[in-house]
Ligand binder design. Structure first.
Ligand SMILES: NC(=O)c1ccc[n+]([C@@H]2O[C@H](COP(=O)([O-])OP(=O)(O)OC[C@H]3O[C@@H](n4cnc5c(N)ncnc54)[C@H](O)[C@@H]3O)[C@@H](O)[C@H]2O)c1
Length: 250
């Protein structure tokens, strides 16, 4: 049976864990050739265990916070598979703490990893995606949609990703490149486990971060990612989509 991504080439950052891993595995299961990028070599190796057809999988250990590395990942993807159809910007880090506790270094790092990398990966991918009329999916967060206490730098990066998504969806429409963002609530991944709120945090502010439905599983986010990337979502571009168990609904 034909699969949705047969013959397509998908580049996934953050493929060594969590949502990136689940998305990469979903694309692979649906026929795609996948190019996996992560700073964590062990994580990438674990992801690939479930991808037995090595002709459809390439990986690269890289720190995507550097613009030249972003360009190199796209170059290597096209060298490996000849084209690029879908760019999934999923790699990211969390930073929690009171505003007084955020160092200049931590602020710079989260901007580079969560926002600068997305900009330069999009920049590198556009000429390739124009050839395939491909699409981009950026991983934002509910932190892009509502103010969230004790993680303002993270929220700023995700709001930036959401606006980058909207701006590029307009700029790139005439070249047939769709650009969308996904905004998960709390997802059961190592990143969520690192959330380290202040000891004396106001409970009411923390409670708002968790849905009535609890945590999502990474595969549930991957299902949405795969739908948006597919031809079934042809009319979807510039969308910034919550998937949060009603966390931000009211
Ligand atoms: N887990 C959640 O609750 C949640 C909610 C909303 C949004 N998100 C977003 O989803 C994305 C994936 O997060 P996750 O929860 O799967 O986290 P995760 O920690 O499980 O996975 C993130 C991956 O990104 C990689 N990475 C980090 N910095 C990198 C760098 N400089 N270069 C290359 N790779 C790097 C990590 O090594 C890791 O494998 C992130 O952008 C995150 O902000 C997560």
């Amino acid at each position: 049976m034909a699969e949705r991504f047969d013959g397509k080439v998908v580049l996934v950052t953050g493929a060594g864990s969590g949502i990136g891993r689940a998305s990469a595995q979903r694309f692979y299961a649906e026929g795609a050739n996948v190019f996996l990028v992560d700073i964590n070599a062990e994580g990438l190796a674990d992801t690939m265990v479930q991808m037995p057809d090595s002709t459809r999988v390439h990986s690269m250990v890289a720190d995507i916070s550097l613009p030249e590395v972003c360009h190199a990942t796209v170059t290597k993807t096209v060298e490996a598979f000849g084209q690029l159809d879908v760019l999934c910007n999923i790699a990211g880090i969390l930073l929690t703490g009171r505003i007084e506790d955020i160092t200049p270094e931590a602020w710079q790092r989260i901007l580079q990893v969560n926002l600068t990398s997305v900009f330069f990966l999009c920049q590198a991918a556009v000429p390739q995606l124009a050839k395939t009329r491909g699409n981009i999916i950026n991983m934002a967060s509910t932190a892009a949609l509502t103010g969230q206490a004790y993680s303002s730098p993270y929220g700023v990066t995700k709001a930036g990703v959401a606006m980058l998504t909207k701006s590029l969806s307009m700029e790139l429409a005439e070249r047939g490149i769709r650009v969308n963002a996904v905004c998960p609530g709390a997802v059961n991944t190592p990143l969520a486990a690192t959330a380290n709120f202040p000891q004396d945090a106001t409970p009411r502010l923390i409670d708002k971060l968790i849905s009535f439905y609890g945590f999502a599983e990474p595969a549930e986010i991957a299902s949405l990612v795969a739908f948006i990337a597919s031809d079934e979502a042809r009319y979807m571009s510039g969308s910034v989509i919550p998937i949060d168990g009603a966390q931000t609904a009211g």
